[in-house]
Design a protein around this ligand. Structure first.
Ligand code: HEM
Length: 419
């Protein structure tokens, strides 16, 4: 519970492991054979190595593809909105982010009804995702209605004979495919189940996080105005025009320099993330903590860090329940110094986990959400049409980004080009 002790847990990654726990939970939830049984030598390490495709130069390439795919989807879905169109916000975020992420990672479904095929996969995904907290809590899938059937259908979409038809997928998915081919003991269904698990990792948190970022912006007109101003300014200074064609390009540097957008996004992540960082002791040992404190751990003992407590700590964040879009800005620059009891914190915002269990997709996730908000606000006037409070649904507490307890209607309309 004490964020000053986090560092002592995180840096002891040899004795305090997380893969065994994650592997047990993921293999059961997504229906692939556990990696840690010695049957698949080095598979875990090989899969980890290719997370390099989500960083550095490859990150720029995949982010560019995501930007293009997001624009295609906005154009296809929204370019007729010359008058107000009303939609439910979660549904909207889910539909845009799911399809853009799917196409970016796995490729385009070339059939004439490609959008339809992806929306069928998405609808099954939503059904499966509703059961996710129960599966993570070890409830047998047989007790969860149609979940087993839906999971099987979803996994079938990722069989090699289907995936080879998809065009222009990402390097990271291709590299995963190549690795799986080297393991004879992995059956076709097992490989497909691994691909499905990766799909879940890539959208399961990004969709609700995008929702919250959009929701809080629309609830706070001063935040919306500041972020939109920053976006318009960037477009103007780079000589890019919004509409009627969707052809905006953003470099990594430009995305990084959108400080108001990033701060607003971080602020919503602070409020909606609830991932628990679990470690399991690999041996009996004494964990040394700050101030000569020690804890005797036995092999198999669990340690859990729960950063949501830190995110909501009034000593770190003044009025923690309030959304302050510029909380992560100081003198016009990114703010990275936060204090508790007068001492500077090493960790102050942890939606993506920590140390060995840190999310490998975090840079892409931030880019994707920024690009979604950028395009939405650049092209459209957007406002809420319902005045109800949306709260966090706590049923997946500890498992990542929380979902909203209800959906809420909003409306959008193409912005006048002269504005
Ligand atoms: C807002 C969006 C996201 C959030 C909040 C998030 C958060 C997390 C967290 C907390 C973990 C660690 C889980 C644990 O401790 O057991 C994790 C793992 C992971 N994430 Fe993300 N994630 C996001 C988006 C993404 C994206 C876009 C991708 C890929 C394109 C991705 C790929 C992964 C993978 C593959 C793992 C497992 C890593 C491993 O094998 O060790 N995530 N994520």
């Amino acid at each position: 519970m004490d964020p000053f002790q986090y560092v002592y847990v995180i840096r002891n990654s040899k004795q305090l492991e997380f893969h065994e726990f994650a592997d047990k939970m993921a293999s059961k939830t997504f229906d692939y054979p556990a990696l840690s049984k010695g049957k698949f030598p080095d598979l875990k390490e090989n899969l980890h190595r290719i997370y390099q495709y989500l960083q550095g130069k490859p990150l720029d390439i995949i982010s560019d593809h995501m930007m293009k795919n997001l624009q295609d989807i906005f154009e296809w879905k929204c370019s007729q909105a010359t008058d107000w169109e009303t939609e439910k916000m979660y549904k909207f975020c889910c539909s845009v982010m799911f399809e853009a992420s799917f196409v970016t990672l796995y490729g385009r479904v070339p059939a004439a009804d490609g959008h339809k095929v992806i929306s069928e996969i998405r609808d099954k995904f939503i059904k499966f995702d509703a059961s996710f907290p129960y599966l993570a809590a070890n409830i047998p899938i047989e007790l969860l209605g149609a979940t087993k059937k839906v999971r099987k259908e979803l996994i079938h979409h990722f069989l090699l004979q289907n995936m080879t038809k998809w065009l222009g997928g990402s390097k990271v998915v291709q590299a995963r495919q190549d690795i799986f081919e080297k393991y004879e003991l992995l059956g076709d269904y097992d490989k497909a189940a691994h691909h499905f698990a990766f799909l879940w990792a890539s959208v399961g948190n990004t969709i609700p996080a995008t929702f919250w970022a959009m929701y809080y912006l629309l609830r706070h007109p001063e935040a919306l105005a500041a972020v939109r101003d920053e976006i318009d300014h960037l477009l103007q200074s780079t000589g890019q025009k919004r509409g009627p064609t969707y052809n905006i390009h953003l470099t990594r540097e430009q995305l990084d320099n959108l400080v108001y957008l990033e701060s607003a996004l971080n602020e919503s992540l602070r409020m909606c993330s609830s991932s628990m960082n679990i470690r399991i002791s690999q041996e009996d040992f004494i964990l040394k903590l700050e101030g000569n404190q020690e804890v005797g751990l036995r092999k198999g003992d669990w340690i859990a860090l729960y950063p949501q407590i830190l995110h909501m700590d009034p000593e770190v964040y003044e009025d923690p329940k309030e959304y302050k879009f510029d909380r992560y800005i100081e003198n016009g620059r990114k703010k990275t110094t936060f204090y508790k009891a007068g001492r500077k914190l090493k960790y102050f915002l942890m939606p993506f986990g920590s140390g060995i269990s840190m999310c490998p997709g975090r840079f892409l996730a931030m880019n994707e959400m920024k690009m979604f908000l950028f395009l939405l606000l650049a092209h459209f006037d957007v406002e809420l049409v319902e005045n109800k409070a949306v709260r966090l649904d706590n049923s997946r507490m500890g498992l990542g980004i929380l979902l909203p307890d209800v959906d809420i209607a909003f409306r959008y309309k193409l912005r006048s080009l002269r504005k």
